[in-house]
Design a protein. Sequence first.
Lengths: 269, 335, 342
Amino acid sequence: MTDAALVIEDLSAGYGDGVVLRDLSLSIPKGQITAIIGANASGKSTLLRAMSRLLAPRTGRVLLDGHAVHSMAPRRVARRIGLLPQTPVAPEGITVLDLVSRGRHPHQGAFGRWRREDEEAVADALSITATSDLADRFVEDLSGGQRQRVWVAMALAQRTDILLLDEPTTFLDINHQVEVLDLLADLKDARGTTIVMVLHDLNLAARYGDLLIAMVTGRIARRGPPRDVLDEEMLEQVFRLRARVMADPVTGKPMMIPLGRHSQGHAIP
Amino acid sequence: MSRDRTLSSRPVGVAILIGLLILAGLLSVTFGARVTGWTEIRAGLGGDVRTVGGAAVASRVPRTALAALAGGALGLSGAVMQGITRNPLADPGILGVNAGAALAVVVTLAVGGLVPLEVYLWTAIAGAAVAAIAVYLIAGLGAGGATPLKLALAGAAITAALTSLTTAVVLPRGDIAGLVQSWLVGGVGGATWDRIAPVLPVMAFGAVISLACARKLDTLALGDETAAGMGETVWRARLVAAAGAVALCGAATAACGPIGFVGLVVPHLCRLVFGVSYRWILPTSIASGAALLVVADVAGRIVLRPAELDVGIVTAFLGAPVFIAIVRHRRVSAL
Amino acid sequence: MIASPELRAVRAEARRRRRLVLALLSTMVLGVIGLSLCVGHSFVPPGAVIAALTGAADGGEAFTIRVLRAPRAVLACLAGMCFGMGGAAFQTLLRNPLASPDIIGISAGASAAAVWCIVVLGLSGMAVSVAAVTAGLGVAALIYVLAWRGGTAGTRLILVGIGISAMLQSFIAYVLTQAPSWSLLEALRWMTGSLNAAQIDQAMPLAVALAVFGGVLFALRRDLETMRMGDDTAAGLGVAIDRVRAIVICAATALVAFATAAAGPVAFVAFLSGPIAARLAYRGGSILVPAALTGAALVLLADFAGQVLLPTRYPVGIVTGMLGAPYLVLLIVRDNRRGTSL
């Protein structure tokens, strides 16, 4: 078994009176990209929120190096786990440089001075995401793709070895989706960063994920490498969707094509 | 299934509502600093004011009528505002419309002296209209349009600004300060038929317009774009309905002073009982609002007997908890 | 990897701008204090003012300066700083320029208690202050508890506050109707905020409150700034959001309540200071200190205008209140042009 970056044990969690996750156990492999897929309301984001300490578990725990994250000091967790929520809010009138610099928050004390390594982390994050040229622009003036890159840069400036992202490609054009995912893959390769993300697009999830986790009603339906998870049976079970799965001609990874009611007769060659 | 239940229970609901209204009216002429007996009520209602009890009853009749009229107007006005803004927290008090009417009345009194109600009725309506437009403009700014949060905040901010201006008008005028202050609380005590007569036509006009807009409000409830897709001219529908609502609450405010929360609470109760269609909510809001304000007035006469608590205070203390309950029981994302 | 010089240049420019704004605001506050010491019913030359303050001079003029003008200016400055900082803390925390303590019921709580004490119990001075501070904190706690549903959301907090505020306003209006006519105008004047009764012994509790609670807010300014990016992002960056929120609400409430106790709920200072400071100061950084200075300048200027510039003598709250309405209109105009969210 590979090293685990995060271990989830018997986790149950939910909002108010509702329980979303039930007795879920899982380990997230170090230095790989894990993509969580599933239908709406299957508990994907809840799982991510529980992992990132945003949501306290009812039962069970999330372990980081053997310590339960929910009982660690928030800043200590934040130096290890970075998080990009689904719809982050940029304060009005903030520049790109300032926003990215805020990723250094967990590394600074209440009266902490801005140190050389802080500046390096920020410059580094800007250059990896190709946003250095935008440094003195206002975030609200950027395009959707640029803005998402800036948010990723903020998470990078945090210099964590685990990065959790909730649908990092939502609302982006397809070219920007690929751009952001390429960036994450680079990060994994260059730094060995562990990446966990919720993705809607199954084909992109199979393309970029080393490990896929398919969720149904708060449980894990299937997990494993894309080849073992993305198949017609899983799509029927998890999404109630009839589809064809074939190897994508470029990478050989699995790719799915939905069968609507109107494709009868044409789909099968 | 639930639809069927709503339909079958509607006539029952209406019957109960009418019963409540009559009961509230009877309570209102019975209770006060002096509790009157049945013979005195009969005498008083018949115009016989020779006994103290009869006189008390006779003086309570116009008071009850004013409470019922104002309550009905505020209830209907609140229902229309909730429909126009698609906002569960809309209410003439919360949205600053009452404060606009109040400032206009205070300015009129300060400038013109003790002018008759016929005069400041119109300035009250004008003030209400200006405040309503301003709040709607401020809340509608920026992304997301007029969300409940932005409407409520804009209303509170406008109220604060208008209240400050009202004080600025009153402060140098020691002569009218007491009068204005008692009017600002909102009450129906000391009502006479002379005070009711001028506002009646305005209320009737507002009620007719508002009731005629029920279908438009049902369409607007589906969202602006859907409503436009169904052939509604959205801005015009809003404007017409708003004119009705402003006339109603302006007239009620002119006659009684600003009374909050009736317009907030009543439509919610009606929605619970009669379903989401404005063709039911609007008329039942009139009856419920009337019953609520009459009962609140009776309560205000009883709790501090022999002194009286103005009805505006009673509704605030009844209504604010309901407002908070609505806020608490909605999902935050829905706000 | 070495940080690029351009980044350092951008940062240096921001820092320079920030220092410039702080220097300008401080100069302005000192300038208005000087002005309000010299100018009043009569003009006192600066030399005589200094002589009076150092105790070198005696007589009527020195009395005017020492007993009437100096306490008033000191109190205006301190109250303005408390209002400005407390208001900006609320606006930052709740991510909404409209969500200031005078809108969401904190000031209403302090006012209700104070008016009750003045009108019904016939109290004055220290007792009124204590009641106002206690009630302000009590109302903030009530709002916090009522808005709590497994964590607080800013939206719910604001709306519950507005509901409570409406109820309290109605209560205040009722208490005022019970006031005998001779104390009605006095209560009304207190309600709008006034420095007419300023005494130097009121300044001490206010200065202590500013040092303690302002210090707490200052220490939390980074967490507060981070929370502007949304609860999830802030939590991801290691901010203990529920704890920070509770502390900030307590400290900001205390600032506003102490200032209210000293000067009455001076309308709109808490509401206006933050946005004005944000406009002046570099907008990426914390605006708490610039907002405090802006608040002081606002109260000092408004009081000076109310006393000297306007034809009728108005209490300071009327002047600031009249600034609030045009600011709201400005919000409409500006945001219609920019199309950004409030």
